[in-house]
Every structure is written in C-alpha cells, then in structure tokens.
Design a protein around this ligand. Sequence first.
Ligand code: XBP
Ligand code: MG
Length: 241
Amino acid sequence: ALKALIFDVDGTLAETEFDGHRVAFNEAFAAARLGWHWDLPTYRRLLAVTGGKERMLAWWRELDPVGAEAGDVPARIRELHFDKTARYAALVAAGRMQLRPGVERLLGEARAAGLRLAIATTTTFDNVEALLRHTLGEEATGWFEVIGAGDAVAAKKPAPDIYRHVLARLGIDANEAIAFEDSGPGLASALAAGLACVVTPSLLAADAPFDERALAVIDHLGEDGAAAGGIALGRPWRGVL
Ligand code: XBP
Ligand code: MG
C-alpha cells in the first residue's frame, strides 16, 4: 500500500534554478572576483552536473583543466559554495522563490490522508529549509519525516543513493512510496531506486523526453485554474534556454 510521498526540491517544489541558484552562484563568483558568469544557456548545460560543488568543479575543469587539479581547489570550491548557499538563502528569504502550482495543496491533502512525507534532493539542506520556511511557514520543515539532502550520500542523482537513503530512513520499501521529480537525472535516480515516479517537467527540462518509465508526466500538480499561471510563467524562458 502507498505509505509515503518523496519529493525532489529544485524544479519540483519550485522553479529555483535559473532565478535562484544561478543568481546566487553568479553573486558568489563576482564577490570572489573570479570573472565567471553563468548565463542561461551555460547554466542549462551545466545542470547536467548535479550538485553545486560538482558543477563548479566541472566548470573549472572546462576553463583550466590543469589548474583545476591543484591541491587547493576543493577548499576554494567549498568556500565559494558556502558563500553561494548564504546568497541563495537570502534570495529565498526575500520572497524570490514561489512554489509551483498544486504543491501546497498536494502536501496538505497527503498530510490529511495520513501519508508520510519526505524529501530526496541534491541541494544543500539549508536551502531546503529556507525554501520550506519562506513558502509554507515555520512549521513546514517538520512535515517531512526525512529530508535527504546534499552530501548525505556520496553519489548524487542520477545515482539512486539519495532515494535509497530516504527509503531506509523511512523504513519502507520502494513499492510503498511515490517520487515526484522534474528532470531526467531525478527520474533516473528514483527509477533506479525502484520507485514509481511522477514527473512535472521544470523549465530546465521543458523539452526533455520523459518516456513511459514515468508513472505520469504532467505539466504541474495544480488545478486547471492554476495551470494557466504555471504555463505562462514558463513562456519567457522558451527560446532563451
Ligand atoms: C538540484 C541540484 C543542485 C542545485 C544547487 O538537483 O542539482 O545542485 O542546482 O544546489 P535536484 P547546491 O533537483 O535533483 O535536487 O548548490 O546546494 O548543490
Ligand atoms: Mg529537480
């Protein structure tokens, strides 16, 4: 029987990547006077590398394959990422990130129905907490029994590790939960952990082919009234990305 819903965060709960994470990375790069800037097409391409620290290392290797192997690079990336995380939290606290249509309703209905809630994400725990607090309120972090985030596992999505970690901590089998994802790497991660997965493609994945391996592929989790808003939000990005 269905016991739990497990949610991805970035792209699934909210469209956080282009106006949130990307902006925070660029602010951190500017503060460090690196001369780096991730425009939309660049960031979209780099999203194939999941995890902010991993993404920066991949970029560094593109620019400077030899220098990127220097001994101090991991520490410098950790520093940059620490600053980026604070900047992302500030954007969230300023109200810049909103939940996608239907997310709040689904969470409420699931709780009312006695389903357990959990999160399986590649992003940093502090980012999840900031997003939940500023969109759903102070109590919302507590609605999720397990929040599997960031470096909780060594291998990030599309590896199944984070979903396996969350299932183990919930103490349930994969066939007792459904995952919610927005992207190809996220779907692959959930499927590899044996989960059924509903996909609500995000802006970054708008044109990705989601095959029949998904339980369902739907525009968003919202009612028809909310649908127009959700789809309209995506329009300005089309053609740019
Ligand atoms: C999100 C990510 C993250 C964010 C940035 O993937 O890949 O790296 O882009 O967050 P998912 P951090 O939707 O699967 O969670 O900088 O904290 O990694
Ligand atoms: Mg995602």
